[in-house]
Design a protein around this ligand. Structure first.
Ligand code: GLC
Length: 437
């Protein structure tokens, strides 16, 4: 298939997922608007439909809370009942400043919107609509970052925490297993609930029911503390300074500093956060043993012991020294030499690697987009090209799936596209990788 055909197909995917001013990640499985999905989708749109790009971000901000949070799901329709947990289960009325129209979830997701806005500007430097939009949305974006630093960094370290795996964007990564095991499910007294995802997708490719119970437990914990209360940090078994969340926050800080300077906004607050965050990221999240950055479990006061994809996003955020970056890229060179498509989401040499199950092994499109740009920034052009080519060839072969098989022999002999098909961020990542290499 040639480039034009692939772009045409990708645009059709986005078009089909387009609702009233925003896209859903995928029909049926995810029938609402998701935070970081929409960030990546706006980058795809920015290449050919400025109005759609703006509207995608605006729709997310329609659900911003008074405390600054952009929730991870915006339930634009209250009548859609095929998703769990839906808006009624979240009961966000426990927080006085929560958006009620539209209804939302009570947690957030990786803060990609700052760098998405920068992409919109870079692709359309003189577009009046984009310029006006950037000026209008800018203070709201800074307020979103303020949410992270005010509510998620109790010791003012410069590193923010998450208290739910869904916030990480990497729901069932093996790195969370240990922390989730601290939860006493037997005495948790969970409310009754029915999953919807396994009715639509293959259960073997989705999180297990134990994990789902743990997700519901943490949701209830957040709810007890109005979703932003101090009690979360005091009580939660799951309290993680995540490698990806913090790298993305740093990358978006940088974008907002650049944009702020251009439009004469005061960037002092952002610059203070930024200096502290980069310093602490390097000091606390680097692992000599793994040769990559890894998350820190605040509750158990320890770094994660496994290689996992989140650390690589530090390249995208310009965090490592060239020496560290080189060590990180060696892992990828090794995978390339050993017949893998890259980048698998978890360490392929680890016993918990599961090449089909969601965040426990498969390749994710939007991760490739960030890692491609990160590697390029550090002049690892061979590895960068391989990351880009891996995704493009998998999509060409299997369609616009949610995630993909990484082992070449399986790709060649079985169906290697997993989860939902016709996925929005797969389409937007492909568009952007083809049009802005
Ligand atoms: C899954 C992914 C998450 C994504 C969402 C919608 O929950 O783990 O990262 O935002 O689906 O696509």
């Amino acid at each position: 298939m040639n480039k034009d055909q692939l772009i045409k197909q990708a645009k059709a995917v986005l078009n089909n997922n387009l609702q009233n001013g925003f896209t859903i990640p995928r029909a049926k499985l995810y029938p609402f608007q998701w935070n970081w999905d929409s960030g990546f989708v706006s980058i795809g749109f920015a290449n050919y439909d400025v109005d759609a790009a703006i509207s995608e971000i605006n729709s997310l901000f329609s659900g911003q809370w008074e405390n600054g949070m952009i929730p991870h799901i915006i339930f634009h329709s209250e009548n859609e009942t095929t998703y769990f947990p839906n808006w009624d289960f979240w009961e966000t009325t426990v927080n006085k400043g929560a958006s009620q129209a539209p209804k939302t979830s009570g947690i957030s997701q990786p803060p990609v919107l700052g760098f998405a806005l920068e992409q919109l500007l870079q692709k359309n430097p003189n577009n009046e609509k984009i310029l006006a939009f950037a000026k209008m949305i800018y203070p709201k974006m800074v307020h979103y970052h303020r949410f992270w630093y005010n509510y998620r960094d109790p010791n003012q370290e410069g590193l923010v925490f998450i208290y739910h795996p869904w916030e990480s964007g990497r729901d069932n990564s093996p790195i969370w297993d240990d922390a989730l095991d601290l939860i006493d499910l037997e005495n948790a007294n969970l409310p009754k609930y029915t999953r919807q995802d396994t009715k639509i997708s293959d259960a073997k490719e989705r999180p297990t029911s134990k994990q789902y119970d743990e997700y519901v437990y943490l949701l209830e914990l957040g709810k007890r503390h109005q979703y932003d209360g101090k009690g979360i940090a005091e009580e939660s078994e799951f309290l993680i300074q995540d490698s990806l969340i913090n790298a993305v926050l740093i990358r978006s800080n940088e974008a907002l500093i650049n944009i702020g300077k251009r439009f004469n906004f005061d960037t002092k607050e952002l610059e203070e956060w930024q200096t502290q965050s980069i310093k602490q990221y390097n000091a606390k999240l680097w692992s000599e043993k793994l040769n990559t950055y890894t998350g820190y479990d605040l509750r158990q006061a320890k770094q994660f012991p496994q290689w996992e994809i989140g650390g690589l996003t530090a390249l995208f955020a310009n965090i490592p020294t060239p020496e560290r970056a080189e060590k990180m890229s060696n892992y990828l060179a090794d995978l390339m030499a050993n017949n893998y498509f890259i980048v698998p989401s978890f360490d392929v040499h680890h016993e918990l690697y599961d090449s089909k199950r969601y965040w426990r092994g498969p390749i994710w499109p939007q991760m490739n987009w960030m890692i491609y740009h990160g590697l390029k920034q550090y002049n690892f052009q061979t590895e960068a090209d391989f990351v880009r080519e891996s995704l493009l060839s998998l999509v060409e072969r299997f369609g616009f799936h949610e995630y993909f098989e990484a082992q070449r022999h399986l790709v060649n002999t079985t169906h290697g596209g997993y989860g939902g098909d016709n996925f929005s961020w797969t389409a937007s990542s492909v568009i952007d990788l083809l049009l802005c290499p």
